[in-house]
Ligand binder design. Sequence first.
Ligand SMILES: CC(C)(COP(=O)(O)OP(=O)(O)OC[C@H]1O[C@@H](n2cnc3c(N)ncnc32)[C@H](O)[C@@H]1OP(=O)(O)O)[C@@H](O)C(=O)NCCC(=O)NCCS
Length: 166
Amino acid sequence: MRPVEIDDTEPFIDVCGEYDIVKMTASWSWPVTKEVARERFCNALKFDPSKRLTLAILHDDGFIGLAGLGIKDDTDVHKLGYMIGRSWWGRGLMTEAVKALCQHGFSAMNADVIEADHYFDNPASGRVLEKAGFVKIRPADDTYSAARQENVPGWHFRLTSEGLRM
Ligand SMILES: CC(C)(COP(=O)(O)OP(=O)(O)OC[C@H]1O[C@@H](n2cnc3c(N)ncnc32)[C@H](O)[C@@H]1OP(=O)(O)O)[C@@H](O)C(=O)NCCC(=O)NCCS
């Protein structure tokens, strides 16, 4: 993994610009355009990486996904998000990426607690979180899906450094 770059825009659209991927995230709207992705990647580069970090996941030097961790405004809680292209699902890659990013969050980003949500209709994401050591806490509060343009119920998970499974 490495920090996302503007040149990741087109590979990102090719790999992750699919409704079944985007609809599982809270903040990406549908359809994902190059303009939107480029603007988000530009913004990601402006943040202090000790507070908010967006990483490109690479495999054989090619872009295959994104993982981000950042402190939520006006809180001391870090929030995790991720997506990976369909061709790479089911190989343990996102679990590996999530573990590495969370370890970095605890060691270099001053994170005490890392939070993540997933929609009920996305059990694979719940499994990624469980394998990394996250604990299911309660139904999620923030349920709006920009892609689906509706509230979608989900689960809220938390991880502390003691819980991280490496
Ligand atoms: C969810 C997602 C990140 C998983 O990535 P991945 O690289 O396939 O994850 P891993 O291979 O590390 O682990 C997936 C786990 O989910 C399990 N799984 C897959 N489909 C499942 C399902 N329908 N029900 C339950 N578990 C499922 C896999 O068997 C695996 O668990 P295992 O190792 O115990 O067998 C990927 O599918 C994705 O990007 N989806 C679209 C975007 C998204 O959902 N982002 C997260 C938003 S919260």
